[in-house]
Design a protein around this ligand. Structure first.
Ligand SMILES: [Ca+2]
Ligand SMILES: [Ca+2]
Ligand SMILES: [Ca+2]
Length: 241
C-alpha cells in the first residue's frame, strides 16, 4: 500500500526528538509529552483507564494559543486504532486543554462491537467517531490530542484525527482540517492522506499520532513528491513553559 506521509516531528525540529535510523521520529517518553502539553508530571498516567502508567506516545497541539471563551464547543473526529487485543494492555488517548487532560478513548473497551477490523496497519479500530469538548475557561489556551502506551512500550496504538472545529454561539469560529498543517507535533506525529487505511472525514488529509515509529516506511520518491508541499506548511514552534 502506498501512503504519503509528512513527518511533523521532524519538520518541527523538536530538540527532544531524534529521527531514528529509518528516517522516522519515534514516540517520546511520557514525561516529554507532559512538557509538550504543559501538563503536570504524572498527569497523563493519572487518567489511565486501567491505572497502568503511561510509558511513551505522541501528540499534537491543534490550536496554538487560541483565545477560547468558556462554553466553546471544541469538536473533532478521531479513529482509535490498536494492536492491543482483548486481554492486552489498555493504551489510551486523551485531550489537553491548556495542560488539563481529559480521557478520549482506549484499547480495552468491553462493549460488544466497539472495535472493528482495521483497514489501517493496526489490527482493530473504533472507526471514525466525533468527540466534543466544552471549553471550561475563557482565555488563551493550547488544545491538543495525544496517544500513549500503557505499562509497556511494545504493542502499538495509533490515532487518526480530522475535522477540528470550534463552535461559539452556534457559529464556527475556528477550524482545522489539517489540509495545510497548522499544528505542532511531538513524537510520531504526521499528516497522512486518503491512502492511509481509513480515509479522512474532511478533505484529503488527516493527522496520525502513534505510540511507535511509523509502521509504514516512506518511499524516497514520495519525499520528492512532497518536497514542494513542505513549503506550504506554515508551522510555528513556540516555547512551552
Ligand atoms: Ca510503543
Ligand atoms: Ca501498547
Ligand atoms: Ca482533513
Amino acid at each position: 500500500m502506498f501512503c504519503r506521509k509528512l513527518i511533523l516531528g521532524a519538520v518541527m525540529g523538536m530538540s527532544m526528538n531524534a529521527v531514528n535510523a529509518a528516517g522516522f521520529v519515534p514516540s517520546v517518553p511520557v514525561a516529554d509529552l507532559e512538557l509538550f502539553f504543559g501538563a503536570a508530571p504524572g498527569a497523563i498516567s493519572a487518567i489511565s483507564p486501567s491505572a497502568d502508567p503511561a510509558t511513551e506516545g505522541s501528540g499534537i497541539i491543534i490550536t496554538d494559543s487560541f483565545s477560547f471563551q468558556a462554553g466553546d464547543i471544541l469538536s473533532f473526529d478521531y479513529n482509535f486504532m490498536t494492536n492491543e487485543r482483548p486481554g492486552g494492555l489498555d493504551d489510551y488517548a486523551f485531550v489537553s486543554f491548556g495542560g488539563n487532560l481529559s480521557f478520549l478513548d482506549h484499547a480495552q473497551d468491553t462493549a460488544p462491537g466497539y472495535y472493528v477490523p482495521s483497514v489501517a496497519p493496526y489490527q482493530e479500530e473504533t472507526g471514525y467517531k466525533n468527540f466534543s469538548y466544552i471549553a471550561p475557561a475563557t482565555g488563551i489556551f493550547e488544545f491538543g490530542v495525544g496517544v500513549v502506551d500503557a505499562w509497556d512500550e511494545w504493542v502499538e496504538t495509533g490515532l487518526l484525527i480530522d475535522n477540528f472545529t470550534v463552535i461559539r454561539n452556534d457559529a464556527e469560529v475556528h477550524s482545522n482540517s489539517f489540509e495545510t498543517g497548522e499544528l505542532m507535533g511531538i513524537g510520531d506525529a504526521s499528516i497522512v492522506d486518503v491512502f492511509f487505511g481509513t480515509p479522512p472525514t474532511d478533505g484529503g488529509f488527516q493527522v496520525l499520532v502513534t505510540t511507535a515509529p511509523s509502521p509504514v516506511p516512506l518511499p524516497p520518491a514520495v519525499w520528492l513528491l512532497f518536497s514542494g508541499m513542505g513549503a506550504l506548511l506554515a508551522f510555528s514552534r513556540r516555547k512551552h513553559g
